[in-house]
Write a protein that binds this ligand. Structure first.
Ligand code: SF4
Ligand code: MSK
Length: 645
């Protein structure tokens, strides 16, 4: 059992971990400890169980230098890795498929969903070749829904949104045959080519990984983001609060967890229903309190300001407060062991997706055709559970204010002004050296690393060096928990350049840009910077980088691949499971840069990780002929970390 301060940098988490340990409640950190040491073959990616001649474990220094079929360590490592990309792409893209289906239902007048951003809808229609001029909105919506849905099964050609990329990047993709055809097509291609006895040349396997990942970033995830904006509204900056302290012991606490906004949008409405609020009061509560975990939280945070109870590693801890009356889960990042906590705490776990059933949850099927009715039924179940609270009610008094909801569109408004929305001031800030560059900090928590510590230390080091940060997913929540998503953080943590720009326009130095699928927004920010001019002709030229300090999900592998293939240098806080394949390792951390413009680096030390990115940014500035950063870094590297996390 680990000391809580080794498990998490978050005081709310530490308090809950200590309380759980005192009462013998088993948490994810305890399960990590008993799992150690983990199998080195798995960690290095050189265990193959693709056919039943195996499993084969490769030992380059021993007798088994190849598998029974003759597959090398590189072949096995590459095959295992791209299968992770296939799974990650499938998850993101299926999310987009569900949103597109809901748009179709809205267009056909079925269910409770409405079109909230007609301007974006009509813009998408023009891009997709759907006639919109003079057509009623629902007819346009139907055309857009059918057009984006068709992208999934497209057999040949190029996915439409890939054409948004800067011409130079698209040229690289075309020259290397990796422009995606359709999401389903690319995922199936990976599963076929990696089955026993098909593709064994590791570059070829990895390039199909690139193609599939691009199908995620430049199509599946982009569809999820764009159509969610059409249906639920394109976000604008909005204030809210974060951490376990947003739970209220006197109220019925309903938590939504997972990734998809379809149900949670309706839960937001259901929680405001007068009849349900009256029911909650009749049970002795003062009202209904809705909050979120993980990326479902990010979705309803950005559009409604719903508070966030925490990121990935907070899911068990939230239940352990004893005041969560219902945890409603959809898909992705929901720990199967979560329901077991129900034997200790009263929380009712309600699964809602046809795709995600749990042995220990109650399943209430969410039907898009009767969305609000489903949502009310689910909220009602949570209210009915309020009187069943037992044992402790311990809500750590820890919460922070934040501003979320930045997008590729509203950055232009914030920096350029409402009547002259433009990226010009952003590009000028980079060209002058006030902003040394920009970094996207993304990804999960991983219980093998101290929760949030990597995210927060890297971000503070970047800000100190005048590197503006964009954050999504659990990384954004980590930043929010320590107050980095407030305009005041620019003054506290930013170098002189960050302070000059962010304080002038009143934005935080860390821009919350949404959920995991919204990294598609980050791609569009980079694209818009290129198109604005003055910083090269391709994303490859930009003084930017990406980092996933605490990644754990297959989705993160897909994201990492589409980000490097889009020309962005990317640092991972723990290595990809490829270190047993020397050729694969060298290609992904070296050779691939010449082909697509980006590459991976692995670095677990947050300050060294930030340094790698700052050095990369400085090299890009030099190549562009830009002056160095305008101001010297503020303070010393990592100096305030001990007191700040
Ligand atoms: Fe072993 Fe080859 Fe079968 Fe993999 S595909 S399990 S390396 S025999
Ligand atoms: S929720 S994929 S733990 S970011 Fe998107 Fe967080 Fe990673 Fe899940």
């Amino acid at each position: 059992m680990s000391n809580s301060s080794q498990c998490s940098a978050d005081p709310a988490a530490c308090a809950m971990i200590d309380a759980c340990h005192e009462t013998g409640v088993n948490l994810i950190w305890d399960r990590v400890a008993t799992m150690m040491p983990q199998c080195r073959y798995g960690v290095q990616g050189i265990c193959c169980r693709i056919c039943t001649m195996g499993p084969c474990r490769i030992n380059p220094a021993g007798k088994n230098k190849v598998g029974i079929c003759g597959a090398t360590a590189d072949t096995i490592a590459a095959r295992n890795l791209v299968r992770m990309i296939a799974a990650g792409t499938a998850a993101h893209s299926d999310h987009g498929r569900g949103v597109a289906h809901t748009l179709l239902m809205a267009a056909e007048g079925k269910g409770d969903y409405k079109i909230r951003d007609e301007v974006k809808l009509r813009g998408l229609a023009r891009e997709l070749g759907v006639v919109e001029k003079g057509k009623p909105v629902l007819e346009v919506a139907k055309g857009v829904a059918l057009a984006v849905s068709a992208q999934y099964g497209q057999q040949e050609g190029e996915v439409v949104f890939a054409l948004r990329a800067p011409a130079d990047q698209l040229k690289r993709w075309r020259e290397n045959g990796v422009v995606p055809r359709g999401m389903d097509r690319e995922v199936v291609d990976i599963m076929h080519r990696t089955t026993m006895g098909v593709d064994s040349e590791f570059h070829s396997i990895l390039h199909q990984g690139v193609r599939t990942a691009l199908a995620d970033g430049w199509s599946g995830s982009m569809i999820a983001t764009e159509i969610s904006d059409v249906l639920f509204g394109t976000p604008d900056p909005i204030r809210s609060r974060v951490n376990l302290g947003v739970l209220d012991a006197k109220m019925v606490n309903i938590l939504v967890h997972g990734h998809e906004p379809l149900l949670s949008e309706m839960i937001v409405i259901a929680c405001q229903d007068a009849e349900l609020i009256a029911l909650a009061k009749s049970k002795g509560a003062t009202g209904i309190n809705l909050a979120g975990i993980c990326c479902t939280a990010n979705e309803i945070l950005m559009r409604h300001g719903v508070p966030v109870a925490g990121n990935f590693l907070h899911q068990e801890l939230a239940v352990a407060t004893g005041v969560v009356d219902a945890m409603i889960v959809d898909v992705q990042c929901v720990m199967p062991g979560l329901g077991d906590l129900g034997t200790t705490f009263h929380t009712k776990f309600i699964s809602t997706s046809k795709m995600a059933h749990f042995a220990t949850t109650e399943h209430i099927q969410f039907e898009e055709s009767s969305a609000l009715e489903s949502a009310k039924k689910i909220v009602r179940a949570g209210i009915e559970n309020y009187p069943n609270r037992k044992g402790r009610a311990m809500v750590p008094d820890v919460r922070s204010d934040m501003v979320a909801g930045f997008t590729a569109e509203n950055i232009a408004t914030f920096l350029g002004g409402k009547y002259r929305a433009t990226y010009r001031p952003l590009n000028d800030a980079v060209m002058s050296g006030r902003f040394r560059g920009a970094v996207a900090v993304v990804g999960c928590n991983n219980p093998k690393q101290c929760q949030d510590a990597g995210h927060v230390a890297i971000i503070k080091e970047l800000l100190r060096n005048d590197v503006i940060v964009i954050a999504t997913g659990c990384a954004a929540i980590a930043a929010a928990k320590v107050g980095l998503l407030t305009p005041e953080a620019a003054e506290e943590w930013g170098g002189e350049g960050i302070r000059e720009v962010c304080s002038t326009v009143g934005i935080p130095p860390v821009l919350h840009m949404g959920a995991c699928v919204d990294i598609s927004r980050v791609l569009m920010v980079a694209t818009n910077i290129v198109k604005e001019g003055g910083l090269g002709t391709s994303i490859v030229d930009l003084p930017v980088a990406g980092v996933a300090p605490e990644w754990m999900s297959e989705k993160a592998v897909a994201i990492g691949f589409y980000v490097i293939a889009s020309g962005i240098y990317t640092v991972l806080g723990s290595p990809l499971p490829i270190e047993g394949g020397p050729g694969v390792l060298d290609y992904l951390t070296n050779g691939i840069e010449k082909v697509f413009g980006g590459k991976f680096a692995f670095e677990s030390d947050p300050i060294k990780s930030a340094r790698l990115m700052i050095d990369h940014i400085d090299a890009k500035r030099k190549a562009l002929g830009l002056p160095p950063a305008m101001y010297a870094p503020k303070g010393e590297a990592g100096a305030r970390e001990a007191v700040a996390v």
